[in-house]
Design a protein around this ligand. Sequence first.
Ligand code: GDP
Length: 424
Amino acid sequence: MVRTIVGANWGDEGKGKITDMLAAESDIVVRFQGGANAGHTIINDYGRFALHLLPSGVCSPNVVNIIGPGVALDIEAFLREMEDVVSKGVPQPKILVSERAQVLMPYHVEFDELEEERLGKNSFGSTKSGIAPFYGDKYQKIGLQLCQLYYPDVLREKLAHALDIKNALMEHLYHKPPIDLEALIAQMTELAERIRPYVADTDEYLMNAVREGKNILLEGQLGTLRDPDHGIYPMVTSSSPLAGFAPVGAGVPVWSIKEIIAVTKAYSSCVGAGPFTTEIKGDEAEELRKRGGDRGEYGAKTGRPRRVGWFDCVATRYGCEMQGATEVALTNMDVLGYLDEIPVCVAYECDGERVERFPVTPKLEKCRPVYVTLPGWKCDIRGIKHFEDMPENARRYVEFIEKQIGCPIKMVSNGPRREEMMYR
Ligand code: GDP
């Protein structure tokens, strides 16, 4: 059976924890898009890990982890993360990297930095991991697949061609020294050798696994609202974080996907730029930020303070619909225990009009939240094992959200650790 875990919002919904938890009962975990630009935080018996590129099954010794062809493969980041995980006592993870995965080049990172600098106050709030230039090149067909690194003639020809374009930009747009072809070939050849033991035909491996009825988890990064088509364009990421893209980016047949778990937080958080209707500021925000997640709401990749706000039913209903979610996991429920009352956004207001459908970006920019206020439960719910044992107001909060978003909330997470989960 194939399951997909995706974000219903702006990312950082707590997907890593859910994947880490479900990985324990899976045979294979696959990353299908994105790169080392975001981060999943997982906390288990080995410690706390901020994973950027590695699939969240790396801490489960029986799981085969796969980096699919849809991923932006930063080889150095991959090798570094592997070393880090193993140095913390995790047994050497089983990992396969698709030979069709495209390679993120050192110049992608450089161009990402240069472009954000050039844009100044109009920058996209990129994590500067090279993701946008990488996917640009992939679709412009001047990228390199991992397999091409093992054919010296192909590597030289493709890189020379790419550098014709890159160096024109370096010289005339950014006024920087050109990239040296020979040094780059040497660097990529060395990296190719270091990653060679992991390279495989993962499409074939997965096709066989599907036929054998293996349990496979497909793991997305970020969330619906960062999708290039359905998100808050242009404040989006450059590959699709939607479950609909998962079979493409992972390399499994569409029909094999049976469950789509959309993850959302009991409040909202957002890293990076773009309209964020329920955002709160000042002391109120600082309090929520401090209490959120396992160590406060600070980006797993960048350490930047995350923007925080109240739960947004409009965005999350749309987020779940566009994911085609079959169920929802609600995380960080424990965080809200300090509040007397909790605002929940049930609609937007735009130029006097009530808006219930998540709008296009220019309209979204003008929307204000319409809140209803629910009573808080004023206690710590960590440690509670069954949904029925939660305070009545906490149960009501979950039921209210479930009705609003129109998708069953089957899991409620009340702490960052793997075992802190209530099932419904
Ligand atoms: P991801 O990218 O979707 O995996 O999300 P992140 O890992 O970046 O952010 C989620 C944060 O919430 C992390 O700090 C997690 O450890 C934390 N977390 C996940 N579930 C819970 C929960 O139920 N309660 C609390 N307090 N923290 C949680």
